[in-house]
Design a protein around this ligand. Structure first.
Ligand SMILES: [Zn+2]
Length: 384
């Protein structure tokens, strides 16, 4: 099968982040095993999802992991000109479909080159590491990485995360954590503003604390010019509270995210906020004893990627990718997790992030071809 045929198959599995991925997983597993390669599955606790990894080549140190995720984002509310789960040749040198770019295109490149990888006389191994639930907080990758480290006695050296980067090597990525804050105040007539605790007024105070914290980080000079904006950002994107102008709101929920530059620490920002929340609780419980602020993380923080230009992986990936200038990205991906797992990591994959997550997502055929060529070069390089 060529890359386009494989991509068509992969796109036909409408597996969203959070859903069971066994359909696409089993197809990929059988495809890989068809070439005599042993695969390893890393299931979730319910057995409804699993990541997959495998090694092709000798069990020696210094191999390269090719990483991708099998899940995609929803299509609801988007106006698609074609069926999103049928890869469609637009006649404009582009292939349309959900996940065509983010990031089944890269998975298709890996699987396309697999027959060549198995026939090559590799001196160092290549690993595939395909995860689930990347799109809802990079949930599958930590177990997958632990399992890789536990399964193989040898130590892989590099990880290439094939997120869409138009084949540019990406060495930096912000970390992210999505948060939810629930404020429990007391309801009453709006004239009782001194006797009740308004969840809305308190939420406003907490939200301003978060914005002030962001500004304080900037004023403290915590900057990294590789990113835009060059500082960690705290942003509140959703708030639900209140029923009428003359009723004090007893409940408020707001959702926010933290996107950290590599030198800042997500958990310490959350901890500082939490300390402020506990202080407000103590102060306001004299008015309303049930006053409570609950902070929840939607997922464990996804760590940033902070590969240095002088790290060996940069020269290595430059030697196989069509673009030499390295860059950074604002989106979150599994690269920081692989880096923390002990592998020098870089994002480099076909397609543009500008097409990801949108209606009429596509990958240019030329990009898909470049992805294949990069992996073919990788095979040559590891056979030298
Ligand atoms: Zn992705």
């Amino acid at each position: 099968m060529n890359a386009q045929e494989i991509l068509k198959k992969l796109v036909s599995f409408p597996v969203l982040g959070g859903q069971s991925n066994l359909s696409i997983l089993n197809w990929i597993k059988e495809y890989i095993e068809g070439f005599g390669i042993e695969t390893h599955l890393v299931p979730n606790s319910e057995g409804t999802k699993a990541s997959l990894h495998c090694r092709i080549g000798p069990a020696v140190d210094g191999g390269v992991i090719l990483s991708g995720h099998m899940d995609v984002v929803p299509v609801e509310g988007q106006e698609w000109a074609t069926d999103p789960f049928t890869l469609t040749d637009g006649g404009d040198e582009k292939l349309y479909g959900r996940g065509s770019c983010d990031m089944k295109g890269f998975l298709a490149c890996c699987l396309t080159v697999l027959p060549k990888i198995t026939k090559a006389t590799l001196k160092k191994p290549i690993y595939f590491a395909f995860s689930y639930d990347e799109e809802i907080g990079c949930l599958g990758a930590p177990d997958l990485i632990d399992h890789i480290n536990a399964t193989y006695k040898e130590k892989p050296k590099y990880a290439i995360i094939g997120e869409p980067s138009l084949m540019q090597p990406i060495i930096g990525q912000k970390g992210i954590c999505v948060m939810e804050t629930k404020v429990n105040g007391s309801a009453g007539h709006s004239s009782r503003i001194r006797q009740e605790v308004s969840a809305i007024h308190e939420s406003a105070r907490l939200i301003m604390w978060l914005e002030n914290k962001m500004n304080a980080l900037v004023e403290a000079g915590r900057l990294d010019d590789r990113f835009s904006p060059p500082h960690s950002s705290l942003h509140i994107g959703q708030i639900n509270a209140g029923i009428a102008p003359n009723v004090i709101a007893d409940k408020s929920i707001f959702k926010w995210d933290i996107r950290v530059i590599p030198s800042d620490d997500t958990l310490s920002i959350i901890k500082e906020f939490d300390t402020y929340c506990r202080k407000r609780e103590l102060e306001l419980r004299s008015i309303f004893p049930g006053f409570e602020i609950i902070n929840e993380q939607h997922h464990p923080p996804v760590p940033p990627l902070d590969t240095k230009e002088e790290d060996e992986v940069v020269e290595f990936v430059r030697s196989i990718s069509p673009i030499h200038d390295v860059g950074t990205v604002a989106y979150a991906a599994e690269a920081g997790q692989f880096s923390n797992g002990g592998f020098q990591s870089i994002i480099c994959g076909p397609g543009s992030i500008a097409q990801a997550h949108r209606a009429n997502e596509f990958i240019a055929k030329e990009q898909l071809e470049k992805g294949v060529v990069m992996i073919e070069k990788l095979v040559e390089k590891l056979s030298e």
